[in-house]
Design a protein around this ligand. Structure first.
Ligand code: NAD
Length: 476
């Protein structure tokens, strides 16, 4: 079994104890990582603080070129990082519609390059005979990144790169379920970054390290991706020194299919949007509302696709869907399906866990479900799609919005103008037409309502790693 290390102040660090990381495709441990403590966190924060003055004063061109170099490092280690991701998350190397570990590392590379090329120019908002007023963007200091288990490396990259690009130093705490690829990446990154600029502390969930990050007086901002309850806890704990927060939290995205759509034409795209990464993506399609005139046809197409999906160990190249990432999540998904079945839902495909090793659950399509059932109201975060019938468009928009989450939403129609008008009525951070969950590094992404605070990506995302300083120069 391979052992991994934390990196603090440019040095490889072990802890007194270690813990095992499970491969969800086998249920067996495949890696051992340090069980870091609050003392390790303190050391990492001290290192990041010590590195901040020089890093924040380095030139823009220097930081841009180092961030590009980090992308090159990801690229030259791509296949090794992919294998680690497949083992720790269960996601296939290739995956359904190419959404797998290859896309995770490929996306990490693309995001890193785009972020390297962003800039934060000084804005001049007045320049006349009285005064010149400039708006400058300055780094915040030490940024802590806390990541979840579903896209562990890509999300860490989404946090780390804009933080570094803007001149901050960073401490990462990966999910205890999937720390391996991130530990390895930070180790690699430290071969080219100055010591202390990027640090990582791995810890078990009950070690108190997450709580200590939120309370730490030496941390200026937290960027957190994870569940809404944890996001709330972080927000409460972060009040002590008014930490800046970006919170990317849970989603329960609705998709609405209008009657003018051909079910055969959209089924594969809808299926991919709901089931890629086994539904374990924040902006997966999680509630599908279909007009009654095409309901049965679309249900049939989706069920066929679910039955045809190749489920297995992600290390095999033909696998489209791997296991659920952990036992607890597998049990949760099963409980939601069982609850729906008990309330009269029709199970069109799947509906059970697989016998044998690993945390597999069959891709499941449920018909005759309704708002008010757990499988519709709660974020499933698994290979489970409730398909809900509707008759009236105003009523379905209201039903889609009647949920505490507000991450994404989609409208499916051939009438793009009408669909756009409807999409703008959805209460969510991103609305798609004839697509769902497609993100890109130059377009802002974030949640409204209980799905989060702030955005990531592109210029808007980069600005969240800065504070404004206004410079007013009097001319007389
Ligand atoms: P989680 O909230 O259980 O854990 C996320 C991270 O928070 C882990 O690193 C965990 O160790 C840490 N943590 C736990 N308790 C903490 C505390 N009290 N203080 C500080 N940190 C603490 O989430 P998860 O189960 O790993 O991830 C799944 C969730 O993430 C889903 O709800 C999903 O929708 C959401 N998610 C959102 C986005 C987005 O961009 N909006 C992206 C991916 C995942």
């Amino acid at each position: 079994m391979e052992n991994y290390s934390m990196t603090i102040a440019g040095r490889s660090v072990q802890a007194e104890r270690s813990f095992k990381v499970i491969n969800p495709a086998t249920g067996e441990a495949f890696a051992s990582v340090p069980a870091g403590t609050v003392a390790d966190l303190d050391a990492a924060v001290a290192a990041a603080r010590a590195a901040f003055p020089a890093w924040s004063r380095s030139s823009d061109a220097e930081r841009s070129s180092l961030v590009h170099a980090l992308a090159a490092l990801l690229e030259s280690n791509m296949s090794a990082l992919m294998a680690l991701l497949t083992q720790e998350t269960g996601k296939p190397l290739n995956g359904l519609n190419g959404v797998g570990a290859g896309m995770e590392v490929g996306g990490a590379i693309a995001w890193t390059h785009v972020t390297a090329d962003l800039s934060l120019p000084v804005e001049v908002i007045q320049d006349n005979e009285d005064a010149r007023i400039e708006v400058h963007r300055k780094p915040l200091g030490v940024v802590a990144s806390i990541t979840p288990w579903n896209w562990p490396l890509m999300i860490a990259i989404w946090h780390i790169m804009p933080a570094l690009r803007a001149g901050n130093t960073v401490v990462v705490k990966p999910s205890e379920l999937t720390p391996v690829a991130t530990l390895r990446f930070v180790e690699l990154a430290n071969t080219i970054l100055p010591a202390g600029v990027l640090n990582i502390v791995s810890a078990e969930r009950d070690a108190g390290v997450g709580e200590a990050i939120a309370r730490h007086p030496g941390i200026d901002k937290i960027v957190f991706t994870g569940s809404t309850p944890t996001g709330r806890r972080i927000m409460a704990n972060a009040a002590g020194n008014l930490k800046r927060l970006t919170l990317e939290l849970g989603g329960n995205d609705a998709g609405i299919v209008l009657p003018d759509v051909d079910p055969k034409q959209v089924a594969a795209k809808l299926f991919g949007a709901a089931f890629h990464n086994n539904g374990q993506t924040c902006a997966c399609l999680k509630r599908l509302y279909v007009h009654e005139s095409i309901y049965e046809d679309l249900c049939r197409e989706l069920a066929e696709l679910a039955r045809a999906a190749v489920v297995g160990n992600g290390m095999q190249p033909e696998t489209q869907l791997g296991p659920v990432q952990n036992r607890k999540q597998q049990e949760y998904v099963a409980a939601l399906a069982d609850d729906a079945r008990a309330q009269g839902a029709r199970v069109l495909a799947g509906g059970r866990a697989r016998e044998g090793k690993g945390y597999f659950y069959e891709p499941t399509v449920l018909a005759d479900v309704a708002d008010g059932m757990r499988v519709v109201d709660e974020e499933q975060f698994g290979p489970l799609l409730p398909v809900i019938k509707y008759a009236n468009i105003d009523e379905v928009i209201a039903r889609a919005n009647d949920n505490p989450n507000g991450l994404g939403g989609s409208i499916w129609s051939n009438d793009l103008a009408a669909a756009s008008k409807l999409a703008l009525r959805l209460e969510c951070g991103t609305a798609w037409i004839n697509e769902h969950g497609a993100i890109q590094p130059n377009a802002p992404f974030g949640g409204v309502k209980q799905s989060g605070i702030g955005v990531e990506f592109g210029r808007y995302g980069l600005e969240e790693y800065t504070s404004i300083q206004t410079l007013k120069i009097m001319k007389h």
